[in-house]
Design a protein around this ligand. Structure first.
Ligand SMILES: *[C@@H]1O[C@H](CO)[C@@H](O)[C@H](O)[C@H]1NC(C)=O
Ligand SMILES: *[C@@H]1O[C@H](CO)[C@@H](O)[C@H](O)[C@H]1NC(C)=O
Ligand SMILES: *[C@@H]1O[C@H](CO)[C@@H](O)[C@H](O)[C@H]1NC(C)=O
Ligand SMILES: *[C@@H]1O[C@H](CO)[C@@H](O)[C@H](O)[C@H]1NC(C)=O
Length: 289
């Protein structure tokens, strides 16, 4: 029902890995609706996350809430969740239709909703709920006032409609009570998974391009949580990074990251790649020569 850009919470929250004992932990959902889906593509999709880990998927084709591979038995009541997501799909798609009406739009348009809550030390510590229409922020909820805040002139219509329907108190209750309660319940099952420390496996590849330049790439694979630090040195001085990147969350809930340097192709090194991660008692060093 609400477009949440969970990623904001998620990018910020895992920054201090040592903090996992107290959290923060978040429960959030990302909803996407499309008015004219292509054949065989669902017009509505929902994904639920605990921290950065997806745990629930629902779409308008299957009309069933389904677990991701890491699911802990007993954590989610899938029948209840299926009913809840079906109801939210109806409200969400109805809202998309209304919004298109406010813009006098026809054809293919998208609506995204994100919402969620966060707890730290078992106490509620924040929440968000917002929607975007065709990629532009449309309306968001402010729990302090509380009120729906229009972010486009057309969104005033949505604000008035929802507020007339009594959505303000219901949304505040959901974000500050129901959502944290559900998260506490989920954490009883999922905390070992969320708090786990998977150390990276580190490897180096070497590739000569244009005959004169060698690219050394150091890859860290299959680690969790996401924050990691990687750099190259030669004879104890840091070598300037040529490029770096990180992969998306893998199927089994781990990350990949890499860092590359360019050196003269005849340079035999040695060069060392250093990796620091919360799972490692001390930095890991792998040397190429
Ligand atoms: C409508 O837009 C969505 C999102 O951009 C896209 O996935 C879908 O294929 C589009 N539908 C058509 C019929 O092109
Ligand atoms: C599932 O829904 C039923 C009926 O609404 C409710 O009594 C029950 O507590 C729910 N179970 C869970 C685990 O949420
Ligand atoms: C969480 O609780 C512990 C023990 O009660 C306390 O030491 C810690 O400072 C608290 N952390 C935060 C972020 O409030
Ligand atoms: C995750 O999956 C990759 C292959 O996709 C596998 O190599 C790796 O061992 C898996 N990691 C864990 C922690 O299961």
């Amino acid at each position: 029902m609400v477009p949440v850009l969970l990623s904001l919470l998620l990018v910020v929250s895992p920054a201090v890995a040592q903090d996992t004992q107290d959290g923060p932990y978040s429960l959030s959902f990302l909803y996407t609706g499309v008015s004219r889906p292509k054949a065989d593509i669902a017009s509505f999709q929902a994904t639920g996350f605990i921290n950065d880990q997806p745990f629930l998927h629902y779409d308008s084709e299957s009309r069933t809430a389904e677990p991701w591979p890491w699911q802990v038995d007993g954590m989610v009541n899938w029948e209840n969740e299926t009913q809840l997501q079906q109801a939210r799909q109806d409200i969400f798609m109805e809202t998309l239709k209304d919004v298109m009406g406010y813009y006098r739009d026809r054809g293919n348009h998208t609506f995204k909703g994100t919402f969620g809550c966060e707890i730290r030390n078992d106490s509620y510590c924040g929440a968000f709920w917002k929607y975007a229409y065709d990629g532009r922020d449309y309306i968001k909820f402010n729990t302090e006032i509380p009120a729906w805040i229009p972010l486009q002139p057309e969104a005033v219509n949505t604000k008035v409609k929802w507020e007339t329907e009594g959505s303000v108190q219901a949304s505040k209750d959901y974000l500050e009570n129901e959502c944290p309660d559900m998260l506490r319940r989920y954490l009883q099952f999922s905390r070992p998974f969320l708090d786990r420390q998977d150390p990276p496996s580190v490897s180096i590849t070497s590739r000569v391009t244009l005959g004169l330049i060698r690219t050394l790439t150091c890859v860290a694979d299959n680690f969790y949580p996401q924050p990691i630090s990687m750099y190259w040195t030669q004879a104890d001085s840091v070598v300037e990074t040529e490029s770096w990147g990180e992969g998306p969350l893998s199927e089994n809930g781990t990350y990949q990251s890499w860092v590359a340097v360019k050196i003269p192709s005849l340079d035999r090194g040695p060069y060392s790649c250093h990796v620091q991660h919360s799972s490692l008692a001390q930095p890991l060093t792998v040397t190429w020569n």
